[in-house]
Design a protein around this ligand. Sequence first.
Ligand SMILES: [Ca+2]
Ligand SMILES: [Ca+2]
Ligand SMILES: [Ca+2]
Ligand SMILES: [Ca+2]
Length: 280
Amino acid sequence: MSSRIAVCTRAFFPLVFSTGFLVLLFLIISTANAQSVLSIPSTPITSTMQSLITAPDLPDATSATDTSGFIPADLLASAATQDVEVGDFNGDGALDIVTANSDSPGEVYFNDGSGHFVQGPALGTGTGSPAVATGDLNGDGWLDILLGNQVYLNNGHGSFMPSVSIGLGESGLVGDLNGDGLLDVISAGQIYWNAGNMNFTAGISLSVDSIGVMGDFNNDGTLDLVLGNQLFWNDGYGNFTADSNVIDAGHPLAAGDLNGDGSLDLMMSLNSYILIDHHI
Ligand SMILES: [Ca+2]
Ligand SMILES: [Ca+2]
Ligand SMILES: [Ca+2]
Ligand SMILES: [Ca+2]
């Protein structure tokens, strides 16, 4: 995003963790000398590999003293937004936004191509959802939405219809975990295998923790998992091994290569802190 979109105060941290890699990348660059970039090949992630960005370093779109370079843009959601994702839902090449709101339907906002957004369809009927994830779950080329435990299939060009429900819906992660080309789902720590034709079968439960992130953390081409404070290594066939180290987690997570060394780093929210684990 070339500009930061002010959703609402409560949406600030979800926005940062779901779409704000550029914000964090800026922070890393601007505080490069203060960050410890560690390279301990044999130890993927430990508590010794942590660096903290404190609250005063965070850009605040509502602050007149904000010096991040990010400009407050459209105020989108008026609801209590808890999670946000981006994706091109209508196939026009511009990234759109979907929000999960605590006490109202999810909302889709279409990007007009210049960074301004037009409200699209509401998803759900009003009880709200804590989390949203996106992916082409039926393989038709259109990006679908997993809002809570409810899949909304994209009919094409950004109109949606409810489809199957998957899991308990406390949190959703979407990715192909067994390499069969079909996007699988993790909900509340349990794997749901995509069998095609929108059939999902419950697999093993890895964690009781619903907060997590997917990413290839050891660069072997397989999607690994962090759920709660535990890192799980994927053998490529959907078999997971828990790493011997634990992570200071249980908080909102995101993954991205923040220091440009080719290895994914972890970001997590610790109240007024964002904690970053560097590893190689
Ligand atoms: Ca679009
Ligand atoms: Ca689709
Ligand atoms: Ca799969
Ligand atoms: Ca991997």
